[in-house]
Design a protein around this ligand. Structure first.
Ligand SMILES: NC(=O)c1ccc[n+]([C@@H]2O[C@H](COP(=O)([O-])OP(=O)(O)OC[C@H]3O[C@@H](n4cnc5c(N)ncnc54)[C@H](O)[C@@H]3O)[C@@H](O)[C@H]2O)c1
Length: 353
């Protein structure tokens, strides 16, 4: 198959492209090679195992001259939760208009589309006490009261990024769901080799790496008992490749799938995994900071994946963290100053507590 991967030059796109090519497919990337993501755009372009069309998904003109492909995998997006809180118009344009155009192209070509949404559509993880739903923001503790997010849960995004991903899902359903197979995947925090290390709006693990390399204490916001679900990029890529092989049914509407490890890891555990995998030893420090758009708890409910026979995650969080730290250790780009500067920017904009 000839497969169009929007955002194909990015972290997930490069892993996915390598896998699809190894399966005999050919791939085209549609990517702006955004310099917030790519320190070296030329290298990213050369690494991609197919043609790279350097263009903006959210510009309708991009799609006019593009030749038809046999499937569209839509990954291109702006991805910084904190940054989305002040670059709102830009996030709406790229994440929602971009998805609209990708969906329209797939309908025009009459081919399946697989689009990456995010667990951010769920907002704060659900909590139950005595069978009653607790309102978001009240810490129900870790034992037994936290409920993993399932695909049919209500969308309750708490960041502009989450809102744009939620709206992008609506756009996909409205534009394409009754015409072509549509799969929407909601990854939790994806980690693995090749993540952008210099982009201070990516996940906490890249920030930990930067501080480890500078031999600085790892700073955990709050008390560190917040939980996240970390999934290795290879597990996500296996799910995307499976979704291509087994397309959704048009009659049933969009097929929505979680992607995660299905396990909770506290931020404190994450920091310890990172230290254990690195050649240095540094202490942990806590900082009483909360950024707008942050949540306390997240974890994927994987029952739907299991019930439809989709591939289940294979990497443990500890192994996934070690893979990321070890493969990134000798790479340039990680700078603790960039993360400090990004935090100062949020403070200056009144987006921290
Ligand atoms: N990495 C994660 O933890 C995670 C978690 C949940 C969802 N996702 C979703 O997965 C997808 C891929 O994420 P990633 O981690 O590979 O991000 P990434 O930033 O590494 O890659 C995104 C790619 O999109 C490109 N891009 C950005 N704006 C564009 C535009 N307007 N037109 C064309 N290309 C553009 C960038 O240059 C980059 O190559 C995104 O939709 C993201 O929201 C990622």
């Amino acid at each position: 198959m000839r497969i169009l991967i929007t955002g194909g030059a990015g972290f997930i796109g490069q892993h996915l492209a390598a896998k699809l090519v190894s399966q005999g497919h050919s791939v085209t990337a549609l990517d702006t090679l955004d310099d917030q993501v790519h320190q070296n755009a030329k290298q990213a372009q050369q690494r991609f195992p197919g043609e790279v069309v350097r263009a903006d998904v959210a510009n309708s003109a991009t799609w006019v001259g593009l030749c038809p492909h046999d499937a569209v995998i839509h990954l291109a997006a702006e991805t910084g939760t904190a940054q989305s809180m002040y670059e709102q118009d830009h996030y709406w344009r790229v994440n929602v208009d971009g998805t609209q155009f990708a969906a329209e192209a797939a309908v025009r070509w009459s081919v399946p589309i697989i689009s990456l949404s995010s667990r951010a559509v769920y907002g704060e993880g659900r909590r139950l006490a005595d069978g009653e739903e607790l309102p978001a923001g009240i810490d129900g503790g870790v034992d037994g009261t936290l409920v993993p997010s399932a695909e049919d849960d209500e969308h309750r995004p708490v960041s502009v990024y989450g809102e744009t991903k939620s709206q992008a899902e609506n756009v996909l359903a409205a534009t394409a769901a009754d015409k072509i197979p549509v799969t929407i995947i909601r990854p939790q925090n994806v980690i693995g080799r090749g993540q952008a290390l210099h982009n201070p709006y990516t996940g906490v693990l890249a920030a930990f790496l930067a501080r480890l390399k500078d031999k600085l204490p790892l700073i955990v916001y709050g008390d560190g008992t917040q939980t996240r679900d970390f999934v290795h990029v290879e597990d996500l890529v296996s799910l995307i490749a499976w979704s291509l092989e087994y397309p959704a049914s048009v009659q049933e509407g969009p097929r929505i799938l979680n992607c995660g490890s299905g396990r909770r890891t506290t931020l404190k555990e994450l920091a310890l995994f990172a230290i254990q995998a690195s050649p240095v030893d540094v202490p942990l420090e806590h900082a009483e900071i909360r950024r707008a758009g942050d949540i306390d708890h997240a974890c994927a409910d994987l029952r739907r994946l299991k019930s439809i026979g989709a591939p289940m995650p294979r990497w443990s969080t500890k192994e996934a963290v070690a893979d990321f730290i070890r493969s990134s250790w000798d790479k340039g780009g990680a700078s603790s100053e960039a993360w400090d500067a990004a935090l100062q920017e949020l403070k200056a904009r009144g987006l921290t507590e």
